[in-house]
Design a protein around this ligand. Structure first.
Ligand code: MD3
Ligand code: FE
Length: 199
C-alpha cells in the first residue's frame, strides 16, 4: 500500500525464516565492542531506543567509521545489502548503512527527519517482534498532518522519492504482540538500510 507518494508499506514481507535469521544476526551485532547502546544526545539525554550501527556509526548528527570509544564499526554483510536490493526491486541499490533499533515496551522515537545521509536513495525499513504505531508526517514540519500506521513483525516499508525526507516517528509499541518463535521474546526490532553517499 502506498501511504504517501514514495512511501510503500508491504505487510508480511519477511518469511518466518528470514525473521529468525535477522533476530539471530541482531544478537551478534548487539555484542560489544561497537554493540548496541542508547544514543547520547547533545542535550545530555539519551534515546529510549537502543541502536547498533553497521557500515557507518551514527551519532547526532553525523556518520563516522568508529564508535564513541574508537572501536571499528561492524561491517554490513552482503546478504543484508542483497535483501535491501530485493526490497526496493533494484539490483543497483547498495545500502552501506544499517541502523538496528531495539524498542523495549517503553521506548519510542520522536518525530524527526533523516538528513545525515548524503544521498536521496530510498530507506528500507524492516520490522520484527512487537507491533508499533508508526507516525508518518510531512516534509514541512513535525506537526500534523500525519498518518498513523501499525507496523507488524515481517513488514517492509520503503521510503523514497518525496517521502525520503518526511518527518516520522514511533509513538508506542504494543507489548505482547510479537511471536516468540522469531527468537525475540519481547520488544521490537527495526532495521533500516540506507545509502550514505560517502566514501
Ligand atoms: C521515513 N526508525 O532509525 S522506521 C530511524 O521504527 C527511524 O525504528 C523508526 O526512524 C523505527 O531513523 C522508523 C521507518 C523509517 C525509517 C527511516 C525513514 C521511515 C523513514 C527515513 C526517511 C523517511
Ligand atoms: Fe528515522
Amino acid at each position: 500500500a502506498e501511504i504517501a507518494p514514495g512511501a510503500v508499506h508491504t505487510p508480511d514481507w519477511l518469511s518466518p525464516d528470514e525473521q529468525r535469521r535477522l533476530v539471530a544476526a541482531c544478537r551478534d551485532w548487539a555484542a560489544a565492542p561497537a554493540g548496541m547502546r542508547h544514543t547520547r544526545l547533545p542535550s545530555g539525554g539519551v534515546m529510549s531506543v537502543q541502536t547498533v550501527c553497521l557500515g557507518w556509526h551514527w551519532t547526532p548528527y553525523r556518520y563516522s567509521r568508529t564508535t564513541e570509544d574508537g572501536s571499528p564499526v561492524k561491517p554490513l554483510p552482503d546478504w543484508l545489502a542483497d535483501l535491501g536490493a530485493r526490497a526496493v526491486g533494484d539490483p543497483a541499490y547498495r545500502p552501506d548503512i544499517a541502523l538496528v533499533n531495539f524498542y523495549d515496551q517503553a521506548a519510542k522515537m520522536g518525530m524527526h527527519q533523516d538528513k545525515d545521509e548524503r544521498s536521496d536513495a530510498p530507506v528500507v525499513s524492516l520490522s520484527i517482534g512487537d507491533s508499533c504505531v508508526f507516525r508518518f508526517g510531512n516534509t514541512e514540519h513535525r506537526n500534523r498532518p500525519w498518518t498513523d500506521v501499525e507496523l507488524r513483525s515481517g513488514d517492509l516499508f520503503v521510503f523514497g522519492g518525496p517521502s525520503r525526507f518526511a518527518y516520522h516517528g514511533v509513538t508506542k509499541t504494543l507489548p505482547g504482540t510479537g511471536d516468540p518463535a522469531t527468537g525475540l521474546a519481547a520488544g521490537r526490532l527495526n532495521i533500516t538500510l540506507r545509502v550514505s553517499g560517502m566514501d
